[in-house]
Write a protein that binds this ligand. Sequence first.
Ligand SMILES: *Cc1c(COP(=O)(O)O)cnc(C)c1O
Length: 397
Amino acid sequence: MSNKKLSTDNLHPDTLAVRAGTLRSQFNEHSEAIFLTSSFCFENSAEAAEKFANAQTGFIYSRFTNPTVSMFQERLAALEGGEACVATASGMAAIMAIAMTHLQAGDHIVCSRSVFGATIQMFSTILNRFGIETTYVDLSNIDEWKKAIKSNTKLFYLETPSNPLTQIGDIAAISNLAKNSKVLFVVDNCFCTPVLQKPLTLGADVIIHSGTKYLDGQGRVLGGAVVGNNEFISKLFTFVRTAGPTLSAFNAWVLLKGLETLSLRVEKQSQNALLLAQFLEDHPKIERVFHPGLVSHPQHELAMKQQTSGGAIVSFVVKGGVEKAWMVIDNTNLCSITANLGDTRTTITHPATTTHGRLSTEAKKQAGIEDGLVRISVGLEHIEDLTKDLLTGLNLI
Ligand SMILES: *Cc1c(COP(=O)(O)O)cnc(C)c1O
């Protein structure tokens, strides 16, 4: 293997997306190869000994490292502006790896109330059994973050914009709090991707990704990643190589190729989303539209300060509750009815009866998950086809 070092310092993200990750085999292939091998051979015992002494950089066994996985890690780290990256089998595996690397019994997490459902499950039911406690706070209420800090607080955790209501957390302000209390600040950058938001440059310590969403962007594979400084990632690597939530070489290759078109897709999807949000905002059968790019969004200014555009998630409340929301969803022809998001194809969901269906009526009310709420993850279809598709159901109300 050779690693023709690319100096990434002065390169635009569009260039990094297609050029970062320079590991090549002796054949000097142009397109990155998929290394489907569980283990690697050594020339002799001395080389084996040397590789084992530097397990993070040499290739020994694919639970530890694999060239295809390394190329994906290198490319994503470059795009996020981080020193290093470890890829994982899924987004949840990335979050678990952070917890296992950084926390121990007796520690405390402060977490935004508006994070991915499985993240809350993990913190509240799994980590809780091991003596780790979590306090949930309002994503955009900085006082709540401040008040929740205890002497044993070790981790801050959030996603911004939130799903499905696109609430914004002030990354720079929360990072100041975290720094003052020596707390590790982790941002799930799944919804924006580095194309729209760079949490590390705003003061976050560590980024997690579910590669399953926009990084692949075509609904093909599961994957995850953690990006941070060399010291943290090196500790996290030790957990992943030991416990085994490693990304497969095949999935790494799909994600590596996904990164090449990430900015083209995400920028276009985000543009489509804003056009769709503006269209929906004017519709008489719609009560309210949520998208950070709308001037009517209560945190529009903050969103535009830390993101380059509003992102590709749009939610709206249809007048008339569940029945009318389902009418809009069920009369679409193009939109896929699925809870997944981040795909080039537009997906549509009814949160109150699917992703948030297990919440009590009271909890839904608190979380703002109204019966008439519909969430759309906007894809690459032409905006005129998308608006027509939603009008079919809206015209029947
Ligand atoms: C999907 C998702 C995850 C979990 O990722 P998986 O790849 O499904 O394990 C975490 N965070 C956010 C914001 C997500 O949307």
